[in-house]
Design a binder for this molecule. Structure first.
Ligand SMILES: [Zn+2]
Length: 293
């Protein structure tokens, strides 16, 4: 395949502000999630809240949509009571007026109305923040994640239903189907977004029941795997280490599968939502950097 046939013209990253989390959340830790959540006295340095932007000839694609700035300007954005306390112990956000999804897309020369498809890794609030602006896009989510949202007490499980299930959104709830692509082993099922193999959604549950990752492949470029919150640090993932929250059995399986993918894709680049090194990892794959090196 020559680069002339590459249906993708650019892959970029936008951070919608920054977030500080607990070091135990980054992991690894042996502590129970609720133990560190209520006892940790430390915060990490501010980390990005990444949205990935893929310019494909069949449409502009987002992977995740960031954190809504209203979450820091509207005192009622988060729930009150015990749930509110949990949210305030989990993360501290900082989002300036020029750090919204709309502003980030504008810097890349796009309008938020031009987004064709927004794939959500999962439904936590720092991934769904752009939904109020995405009424013209198709919102893709795994069926398993949607089903988790529908269970009782979603707010206690990190799903702010009133900010997710907005009127007028066009949801496409996908169930991964068998893919006849041996290079994806050990993944057998997924969802090929445009049917050309360049953007493939892969199930990587564990952080939440229906978490998805998105593989982006371009001729002559290292494959990119956007993993949402499967890790907060791609080096920890490569070392097989897990974050401090989520279903550890499922996360272990998903992390092992991602690392096994390197057998067919040795130069795989893992891009997480809150990895401070993600911007440099992505930039290092760009042709101009390679030529300069
Ligand atoms: Zn999350």
């Amino acid at each position: 395949m020559s680069s002339l046939t590459d249906p993708i013209t650019r892959v970029s990253m936008i951070s919608t502000g920054s977030v500080a989390i607990r070091p135990e959340h980054v992991g690894p830790t042996r502590k129970n999630t609720y133990v560190w959540l209520f006892t940790s006295k430390r915060w990490t340095e501010p980390r990005p809240i990444n949205t990935y932007v893929i310019e494909h000839r069949d449409g502009l694609v987002l992977f995740d949509t960031g954190q809504d700035r209203e979450s820091v300007t509207d005192p009622d954005y988060f729930p009150g009571g015990l749930n509110g306390l949990i949210y305030s112990r989990l993360a501290k956000f900082d989002i300036g007026p020029d750090e919204t999804l709309t502003a980030g897309l504008a810097k890349l020369g796009h309008r938020v109305e031009d987004v064709h498809t927004a794939v959500l890794s999962h439904l936590h609030q720092d991934h769904i923040g752009g939904l109020p602006q995405l009424g013209r896009a198709t919102i893709m989510i795994s069926r398993d994640e949607w089903d988790a949202l529908a269970k009782p007490l979603p707010e206690a499980r990190g799903f702010l239903r009133s900010h997710i299930d907005l009127p007028g959104l066009a949801w496409n709830r996908i169930t991964p189907e068998p893919l006849a692509d041996p290079t994806l082993a050990p993944f057998t099922d997924g969802h090929d977004l445009f049917g050309d193999g360049t953007i493939v959604l892969l199930p990587t549950p564990g952080h939440t029941p229906g978490s998805l990752s998105m593989l982006v492949r371009r001729p002559g470029n290292p494959p990119l795997l956007m993993v949402g919150d499967l890790t907060y640090d791609a080096d920890l993932l490569a070392a097989g280490k897990l974050p401090g929250a989520g279903d550890k059995t499922q996360m272990r399986d998903a992390v092992n599968k991602v690392n096994a993918l390197r057998q067919t894709m040795p130069n795989l680049v893992v891009l997480a939502a809150h990895d401070p090194a993600a911007a440099d990892r992505l930039a290092a794959t760009l042709p101009q950097r390679r030529a300069a090196a």
